[in-house]
Design a protein around this ligand. Structure first.
Ligand SMILES: [Zn+2]
Length: 107
């Protein structure tokens, strides 16, 4: 079965972030993660072992972390929950509303 295409770059608020598939993304405390984001390096890393839907949602999750950094949202301990809610909701919104996506792309 072919896997979903994962873009090698995503543009987030004007910044082009590289997307890498790696064996084990690591967090600030060397903990194992599904994905990680380093804005200073314009880099998102995703666990290549994740299933397609999980990889794509994790990509959105990390992109929303970048949004938090870029706009200095300072959500602190609430950031993880906000980012995960938006990642899940936007993943479903985009997947379930192809006409909306086409309309936005054509605007
Ligand atoms: Zn996170």
């Amino acid at each position: 079965m072919s896997r979903a295409h994962i873009p090698r770059r995503v543009r987030v608020a004007g910044h082009d972030l590289r997307v890498e598939l790696v064996a084990t993304p690591r967090g600030d405390h060397d903990e194992r993660l599904d994905g990680s984001m380093e804005l200073a390096r314009n880099l998102i890393q995703l666990d290549k072992a994740l299933e397609d839907s999980q990889r794509l949602e994790t990509l959105l999750h990390e992109a929303f972390h970048a949004v938090c950094r870029i706009y200095d949202l300072e959500l602190r301990e609430g950031e993880e929950r906000v980012v995960q809610c938006f990642a899940n909701a936007v993943f479903q919104l985009l997947r379930d509303n192809k006409r909306l996506v086409a309309s936005i792309q054509g605007a």
